[in-house]
Write a protein that binds this ligand. Structure first.
Ligand SMILES: CC(=O)N[C@H](C=O)[C@@H](O)[C@H](O)[C@H](O)CO
Ligand SMILES: CC(=O)C(=O)O
Length: 308
């Protein structure tokens, strides 16, 4: 398989839900239009931000189908198929391939976690093998998955047994390791920068693509960072990154990027509803305080490209 690299921003969408907790598919078309307008290059669905592990496989397939209706050459749909069972993930992988997804991704099994690289490779080989025609991205997010193995060793050991291995979505602040992954095998692997608040560091080390939750609502800011970096205007890039840090800091204070980010979507025109248990949604008072803080750092001006 000829592996192409991803260039630019990929959003990790929230999964829209109705008041009764069921999936609200009706929002997805408008959601995709917004992201396309904001300059996104695609989406990574049903991951951390999409509450993937809190959904049933059948819901994940329905969501995948709906997002795939929005796919174009310039707007790629990557399906996160990670579950605790390689069999279930394999089923989602088969579905993604049959339905025409651009690629799949999977985090490591979060239950009976692998303690050796070989175990993680075995799990990924089974999942990736179920969709042999699609690029496979390993989703490295130790803060969520608890899988802390070396990604350099993973690439080395997975390469011979996973022919469709494309790279890693790297959500970790170990930039030494990220750099090693980017350099390995003459820069063959597609290493996608994971932490939005550290995108500039990822770019500095050579990452070209990035997947994140806050690209759902502040992509114009990140495109500014990328452009400033390309134009060697580091002062500007740092200033814009610092704005995103201020905003993310507020999200983290109000129940984290998934809960606060999902709540914020309504205020930018895409009502995604609430999060599922065990995530705790904000009370009305918390939400009002949250929005006031978000306003106090100029969020709504910053995300409007005409103000940049
Ligand atoms: C834990 C988590 O959700 N990580 C996301 C993706 O990898 C990021 O996009 C973060 O949400 C974002 O960087 C804010 O911390
Ligand atoms: C950011 C990301 O990739 C996720 O939420 O899964």
């Amino acid at each position: 398989m000829k592996l192409k690299k991803i260039n630019g921003l990929i959003a990790a969408p929230f999964t829209p839900m109705n008041e009764d907790g069921s999936i609200n598919l009706t929002v997805i078309e408008k959601y995709a239009e917004k992201l396309k307008k904001d300059g996104l290059k695609g989406v990574f669905i049903c991951g951390t931000t999409g509450e993937g592990m809190l959904l049933t496989n059948s819901e994940r397939k329905t969501i995948t189908k709906k997002w795939l209706e929005q796919q174009t050459d310039d707007f790629k749909i990557i399906v996160h198929v990670g579950t605790t069972s390689a069999k279930q993930s394999g089923e989602l992988a088969i579905h993604a391939q049959k339905s025409g997804a651009y690629a799949i991704g999977s985090m490591g099994p979060v239950f009976l976690k692998p303690t050796q690289t070989e175990e993680l490779v075995d799990f990924c080989a089974e999942v990736a093998g179920a969709a042999p025609d699609l690029p496979f991205y390993y989703y490295h997010i130790p803060s969520v998955s608890g899988v802390t193995l070396s990604m350099v060793e993973f690439l080395q050991k997975a390469a011979p047994v996973i022919p469709n291995l494309a790279g890693i979505k790297f959500t970790h602040n170990n930039f030494m390791e990220m750099q090693q992954c980017l350099q390995l095998d003459d820069g063959k692997w597609d290493i996608l920068s994971g932490f939005d608040e550290m995108l500039l560091a990822g770019l500095a080390f050579g990452a070209k693509g990035t997947v994140g939750s806050t690209y759902n609502f502040m992509a114009p800011l990140y495109n500014q960072i990328i452009n400033a970096f390309k134009n060697k205007n580091l002062a500007e890039a740092r200033a814009m990154q610092n704005k995103t840090v201020q905003i993310i800091n507020i999200l983290l204070k109000y129940n984290g990027a998934v809960v606060a980010g999902k709540a914020l979507m309504k205020s930018v025109g895409i009502d995604c509803g609430k999060c599922r248990v065990p995530l705790r949604n904000m009370t009305e008072i918390e939400y009002n305080n949250f929005i006031n803080e978000i306003k106090s750092v100029g969020f709504y001006n910053l995300i409007n490209p005409t103000n940049l």
